[in-house]
Design a protein around this ligand. Structure first.
Ligand code: PLP
Length: 366
């Protein structure tokens, strides 16, 4: 893999593992079992049905997912889920959905849900600049809410839940777009999980949805076919033309997680180690770097920080780019610096960034 790819700290899309990139490159020319380019293989072929089956099996295996939950591969990004979820769960319940407003992406999901029904924001971090997450006593979840929605990792601000919030007796819905398959969790505590691929598990174009089958028994009538989860369940995620290429790469990434990394416990340990290296470069800088998030809510995926002035931030980015790093500019809504260290970012690349940060700080401090 070339140096630029290796040092791409972009918030999205994330980098792919080196071995997966090589397999993907070969598949663009020819998938050996089929003799065709992956870009020309029919979505109605037996081969592709087997790809979907194996990708599902691998996700089930990685998460220890019980049969009570279905796995779907959908299009429309995580953003379409902001709409499909209230379409399924809000209209016929005559209830209110409860959302946590913890950052940029949960804000987007709330705005979409409000177009479809009653939404109550039960905790809002906006006045604190989305630097922290609620402690359990701050959450007053209702026992009669239609569902409870939160974002496990706010990609823009770099804050992440390290424990599952909400009540187990209420339908729990989670946007895991930026930390799915980066750590183990108990899937039994979730009713609906969605995660687009382009952070940890593949290229943009496919969104994984894990849904408790029971929820579909109460789906309202008259939903447009493509926006009805039942359509995709029945068609085994091949209702209309799916993103064959993206789903194939998701399969390769799940194989990598299982066979090269050795599962989610191991992935988590690597991710923790990587995050620790960057956060210690921040903490050791005597205040030169100011981390955006409160330490107990720091994200293991997106490390966000500021320098003492906008001018120094520009200089940092200019020199970083000269040294081969890319993707470090903070999200357009927040500014500052963001280093995204998804699953495939190597510890060696993180070491190089941490070294660069330390050197930059020591020269500017002198
Ligand atoms: N949710 C989270 C946590 C995200 O990080 C993003 C985008 O980065 C989205 C939702 C929107 O995803 P998409 O662009 O796939 O619609």
């Amino acid at each position: 893999m070339n140096r630029l790819n290796r040092l791409n700290f972009s918030g999205g899309p994330g980098v792919l593992p080196e071995s997966v990139l090589a397999e993907t490159q070969a598949a663009i020319t020819c998938v050996p079992e089929v003799g065709l380019s992956i870009l020309g293989i029919s979505h109605r072929s037996d081969w592709f049905a087997a790809v979907v089956d194996e990708a599902e099996r691998n996700i089930r295996h990685l998460l220890q997912l019980p049969d009570s939950h279905a796995v779907l591969f959908l299009q429309g990004g995580a953003t379409l889920q902001f709409t499909m979820i209230p379409m399924l769960l809000l209209p016929h319940r005559h209830q209110t959905a409860e959302y946590l407003h913890t950052g940029y992406w949960s804000g987007k999901s709330i705005a979409e849900a409000r177009l479809l029904g009653d939404v109550r924001v039960i905790w809002d971090g906006e006045s604190d600049g989305f630097r922290r997450l609620p402690a359990p006593p701050e959450l007053s979840c209702s026992t009669d809410a239609a569902y409870f929605h939160y974002v496990s990792n706010e990609t823009v601000e770099g804050i992440q839940f390290h424990a599952i919030p909400g009540l187990d007796e209420i339908i729990r819905v989670c946007d895991m777009s930026s930390d799915f398959l980066s750590r183990p969790f108990d899937p039994n505590r979730f009713d609906l999980i969605y995660a687009h691929a382009q952070k940890n598990i593949g290229p943009a174009g496919v969104t994984v949805v894990i849904i408790r089958r029971d929820l579909l028994a109460h789906a309202p009538d008259g939903l447009p076919s493509l926006l009805d989860y039942r359509t995709h369940l029945k068609a085994r995620s091949i209702y209309n033309t799916p993103p064959v290429f993206a789903i194939y790469v998701v399969l390769l990434v799940t194989r990598w997680l299982l066979h090269e990394i050795g599962g989610l416990e191991k992935m988590d340990a690597i991710n923790r180690e990587k995050a620790e290296r960057l956060y210690s470069a921040i903490d050791d800088s005597s205040g030169f770097y100011a981390g955006w998030s409160m330490p107990e809510h720091r994200s293991l995926m997106n490390v966000t920080f500021n320098l003492p002035s906008a001018e120094l931030e520009r200089e940092f980015l200019r020199q970083a780019s000269g040294a081969g790093f890319s993707g470090l500019t903070g999200h357009r809504s927040l500014g500052g610096i963001r280093a995204s260290i998804y699953n495939a970012m190597t510890p060696a690349a993180v070491d190089l960034l941490s070294q660069f940060m330390r050197e930059f700080a020591s020269l500017r401090h002198a």
